[in-house]
Write a protein that binds this ligand. Structure first.
Ligand code: TRP
Length: 332
């Protein structure tokens, strides 16, 4: 049986942290075992907000190195750059003709900017570029180009997926046949909410993150900053009310979890010791990935090669789809 197709775009932004790893990267990598996966770097999407060429390039390499170091296998899955598959832009232009402007007006990201401008007494469209406004159309093109069955994304992308389905249906309706496959979102959030240093959800905007590839010494330093209560060493402690254990259980196997729980509950273990346990375990799981990341990021030509090879393979599929669609719609 043919495997179903999973496709997702990764925006090249900022240093990836443990929350990204468990919330997005790991579940997406698990999917590659059962799906025919196409994972790409959405660099044109990033351009809407990132106009500095050095940062854009560097972030692209960093995010590619991150996914590869975490285990994305370019032999097994398609890994490419959006910008290197120009058929995406053919399709995006085509889709624009089927996208209601009113629908774009309702897109959360755009609406939030308009609201912020209005609140600040600025022109509603201040700082809004057409890349931002039409963001959902380019995203729909990314997805629909590959006859995608499922799109693994966070909850924040749910509306974009609804719009993708809506646009695909408009096209299919117009031509009276299924030219575009209507994809399903695969929402990844809530199952893997990761606690940050201060007990809130780990997020860049809370400044409470642990970057994935911190070198050992820095990793230990940051773990020592995890917020705990003021219980004494002797007191028995509740692992389920503890930010340290909450991170520990993400990395631990059943046995390790049970052992540490016992130490919490029987008393006699201080927070410093619990942090040391967490550090040892995290260091053990993260060190091999960190090493791989360092090797990759020190050889960006190699990353470039991987992305270019992947893009060529992706284009073979994309070119067929675009020729088919052009014939169907009466262009070319
Ligand atoms: N909008 C997505 C994000 O912000 C990135 C993205 C671009 C994407 N194109 C996509 C995700 C296609 C899934 C499918 O994270």
């Amino acid at each position: 049986m043919m495997k179903k197709i999973a496709c997702t775009g990764i925006k090249p932004t900022g240093t990836p942290h443990i929350g990204n790893f468990f919330g997005a990267i790991k579940p997406a990598l698990e999917l590659t075992r059962h799906y025919d996966a196409r994972y790409f770097i959405a660099d044109y999407h990033a351009l809407n907000a990132m106009k500095d060429p050095v940062s854009l390039k560097q972030n692209t390499f960093e995010v590619a190195a991150t996914w590869l170091a975490c285990g994305l296998d370019p032999q097994h899955s398609l890994v490419y750059r959006q910008s290197q598959v120009p058929e995406t832009f053919d399709l995006a232009i085509m889709l624009l003709a089927f996208t209601a402007k009113g629908m774009m007006n309702r897109a959360h990201a755009y609406k939030a900017m308009v609201q912020a401008n209005t609140d600040a007494g600025r022109d509603p469209d201040d700082g809004v570029n057409m890349g931002l406004f039409t963001y959902p159309v380019l995203m729909a093109a990314d997805i629909l180009l590959f006859d995608t069955d499922v799109v693994p994304v966070g909850q924040d992308q749910a509306q974009h997926l609804e719009m993708t389905a809506d646009i695909a249906q408009s096209v299919n309706h117009n031509y009276g046949k299924e030219l575009l496959k209507v994809p399903q979102p695969l929402i990844q959030e809530n199952t893997h909410t990761v606690t940050g240093l201060d007990g809130r959800k780990m997020s860049k905007s809370y400044n409470n993150t642990i970057p994935i590839f911190l070198e050992s010494k820095k990793l230990r330093q940051i773990i020592m900053k995890i917020v705990t209560n003021s219980q004494t060493v002797e007191e028995p402690k509740d692992p389920d009310q503890c930010n340290i254990y909450s991170l520990y259980k993400l990395f631990a196997n059943e046995q390790q979890k049970k052992a540490l729980r016992q130490r919490y509950e029987s008393g006699g273990m201080g927070w410093g010791q619990a942090k040391q346990e967490l550090y040892d375990l995290m260091e053990q799981s993260l060190a091999p990935m960190r090493k791989k990341y360092q090797e990759l990021i020190n050889n960006t030509d190699h990353i470039d090669e991987i992305l270019t090879t992947g893009s060529e393979k992706a284009r073979e599929i994309a070119t067929r789809k675009i020729s088919f669609l052009k014939k169907e719609i009466g262009i070319g």
